[in-house]
Design a protein around this ligand. Structure first.
Ligand code: ADP
Ligand code: MG
Length: 691
């Protein structure tokens, strides 16, 4: 049987009563398969013993000890158990806050394994944060799994259940990868990999097991992508006639010419869209290089050929802005527009969905909601995805639905997701806009130490007096909320600063505020007022980071700039310098910068180029934690991390594509197992693999 088919309820396992099952359910664990694929989030290496006497030097004690005596202190509800223990190096004390039950499980005379952090206090070597279990009950030592938990469930419970499940069902687990592939990659049997991911003997076994499971997961993912890409390659699209009339009419109305790179990108896209196969193209260009217009031109071609187009943005704010630009530029050409997000109320939603299904809308702009299940298009010809780097969303788009495939255009200002995009979409052509529209002046960037803001404000005041506008960005929304008390005391927040700037610093200017806690209408109102010039200053959090386009804005002031990542700083800076006049970016930083923060600010000062900054960002942060690729709820990958495991992803991709190209129907006997896996279980939910 495949792991996924181990459908027996966890309740069938010894020791998993009703209460435990309820807790497991909270973790999404219902059956044995769920349990075996509830992978550890970390490991506790107990192969090395560290006795009590090492408490001062070692961050963590792990030792075998004997329980000498129990002792209680405090009264009433505060009554607390102390357990006196001794190992070969000497005595120590376990202080059991809120754990009176340890009196029974760790009786006097028992031999126990203790793991924890110990300190010298009140004349004793003590611990309040420890794990302890009787030697005969637990695994003696070894590398122990550390699982994601839920309230009331202990590591010990889960470890025991997983161990039981492995013992009872492990031997029934069958291979899901073809034998030849496993041999070529020297993969261990699947059941060993499962055992080794939960209870590895040592680091090497863990590495091997994890390697197997990551590869397997990514291989199936890439197999789905490969088959989809092959279908795309082989699919033929029925295309209507396009003469580029709508495009020409838009270009005639523009007050400027396309840049040569915009023209080239636009031609590449048009050629794809005239071809017989569906397009899959990435349009990359730095912040402010004019990608939106290129996307509109592509939409016009789709619309002229009698189809619909959709533009998806990562935030509602940005989607609204695109909708406004579209209203200004495209409505006069007779294009019928609509806007859709999760916030569009039911009353407005139903007729809108009906209009989309009836083909009464030519271009719809919105958020992820555009591609949710409830939305049906009459004939979607082109889907544009703007600045969307969330892997889960891309994956869903890539695997898409059954039925005719629309042309796909993805736009990005950061080159990093390109490799990812490639692995998600199978194949992807790339157009690049390298040059900025003519007449742009490079943005002047200044660093200022906190305490010297007055000079920054003064400078901004002069720009405002010339009729220009300014953004002020802060790391926090208000004076309360989740950040630690310390942060709140030390960090300026957008709400308080909006007050202060309006009252004390720029009393004669109109100041607005925008942040993510506002209602969508309020956000929209603030953004509209700023775009129309009815506000001089927009105080914000990083909600204005991506895409916001107000060409008259000449100053971007980021306070506590050290708190922002490099990609965010570059995006924020990209909100100015969008017109022909000189613009400025002021990065105000606090004392006590970390080395990384120093590097980031230095990079901002030295380079105006998004691609170069992205590379420096990679060097500063390491590839493990790139912005925007964080796993999202849609993502069904359970062990692989597309960024951290990029190298494996690429190998899996090569294998999967080779296999799918050689045997698209998976008809060869050696691929029967793959066909079976795909037919029995659908690892990617909604993204059905059936033809
Ligand atoms: P991004 O590539 O960051 O999405 P936008 O599409 O928002 O950039 O464009 C930035 C600004 O440049 C917009 O105000 C847009 O109207 C303007 N723009 C686009 N193309 C040109 C051009 N060829 N000449 C002058 N301005 C342009
Ligand atoms: Mg943009």
């Amino acid at each position: 049987m495949f792991v996924r088919e181990l459908g027996q309820s966890v309740g069938a396992l010894r020791g998993a009563g009703k209460a435990v099952c309820e807790k497991l359910a909270r973790l999404g664990i219902f059956n044995v398969a769920d349990l075996l694929t509830h992978y550890p989030r970390d490991y506790d290496d107990r192969t090395v013993f560290v006795p009590f006497s090492s408490f001062a030097a070692a961050p963590r004690i792990h030792t075998e000890a004997e329980v000498l005596a129990h002792d209680w202190f405090g009264y009433g509800r505060m009554r607390t158990l102390k357990i006196h223990v001794r190992d070969e190096s000497g005595p120590a004390v376990l202080v059991c806050f809120n754990r009176p039950f340890l009196e029974l499980s760790l009786p006097v005379g028992a031999r126990i394994l203790v793991t924890g952090k110990f300190q010298y206090r009140y004349g004793e070597i003590q611990s309040t944060v420890f794990e302890a279990e009787r030697v005969e009950e637990g695994p003696k030592s070894g590398v122990l799994p550390v699982y994601p938990l839920t309230e009331g469930l202990q590591q010990g419970n889960l470890r025991r259940l997983v161990k039981l499940a492995l013992a009872e069902y492990g031997s029934r687990v069958e291979e899901e990868l073809p034998a030849a592939l496993r041999e070529r990659r020297a993969l261990p049997p699947k059941r060993e990999a499962l055992k080794g991911i939960h209870f590895p003997e040592n680091a090497a076994e863990l590495e091997r097991s994890r390697g197997y499971l990551v590869f397997e997961e990514l291989f199936f993912f890439q197999l789905a992508v490969a088959r989809r890409a092959l279908r795309r390659r082989e699919a033929s699209v029925l295309r209507g006639e396009t003469k580029g009339l709508l495009k020409r009419r838009l270009l005639e109305r523009l007050p400027f010419e396309l840049t040569p790179d915009q023209r080239k990108a636009s031609e590449e896209i048009a050629a794809d869209m005239a071809g017989s196969r569906p397009m899959a193209r990435l349009l990359q260009g730095d912040v402010g290089s004019g990608k939106t217009l290129v996307a509109f031109l592509a939409c016009l071609d789709a619309i002229e050929s009698g189809k619909q187009a959709a533009i998806m943005a990562p935030t509602e704010l940005l989607a609204r802005q695109h909708a406004q630009t579209a209203a200004r530029l495209l409505e006069p050409l007779g294009v019928r527009l609509a806007f859709l997000s999760g916030n569009v109320e039911d009353a407005a939603r139903a007729p809108l969905l009906a209009a989309l299904a009836a083909g009464e809308v030519d271009l719809v702009l919105g958020t992820q909601a555009l591609f949710s299940d409830e939305v049906a298009y009459r004939s979607l010809g082109l889907a544009v995805v703007d600045e969307q780097h969330r892997f889960g969303v891309l994956q869903r788009l890539a695997l898409g639905r059954k039925g005719p495939m629309p042309d796909l255009l993805m736009m990005t200002a950061t080159p990093i997701p390109r490799t990812l995009a490639l692995t998600v979409f199978g194949d992807l052509a790339v157009s690049t806009i390298r040059t900025m529209p003519a007449g742009r002046k490079p943005i002047v960037t200044h660093l200022a130490k906190a305490g010297n803001e007055a000079r920054v404000y003064e400078y901004v005041g002069r720009l405002l007096a010339e009729g220009r506008q300014a953004y002020f960005v802060y790391p926090l929304i208000g004076g309360s909320g989740s950040p630690s008390a310390e942060d709140r005391r030390e960090l300026k927040n957008a709400e308080a600063m909006a007050e202060r700037l309006a009252r004390e610093v720029f009393p004669e200017r109109r100041v607005g505020l925008i942040h993510s806690r506002l209602k969508e209408e309020e956000k929209r109102a603030a953004m509209d007022a700023f775009s129309k010039g009815e506000l001089d200053i927009l105080v914000a959090t990083s909600v204005v980071e991506v895409g916001v386009d107000v060409p008259n804005a000449a100053a971007m002031v980021v306070e506590h700039a050290e708190r922002f990542g490099l990609a965010a700083l570059h995006q924020l800076r990209g909100r100015v310098g969008r017109g022909s006049e000189q613009s400025y970016c002021f990065l105000v930083y606090s004392e006590g910068l970390t080395e990384d923060a120093k590097e980031r600010l230095k990079a901002m000062l030295e380079s105006p180029d998004g691609f170069e900054l992205a590379e420096r960002d990679l060097r500063i942060r390491g590839p493990g934690e790139l912005a925007g690729t964080a796993q999202s709820g849609n993502l069904r990958l359970s062990i692989a991390d597309p960024v951290r495991d990029l190298a494996v992803l690429e190998e899996a991709r090569a294998e999967a594509f080779a296999l799918a190209e050689a045997d698209p129907g998976l008809l060869a006997p050696e691929n029967a197992v793959l066909r079976e896996v795909l037919s029995r279980a659908n690892p990617f939910g909604e993204a059905s693999l059936a033809h």
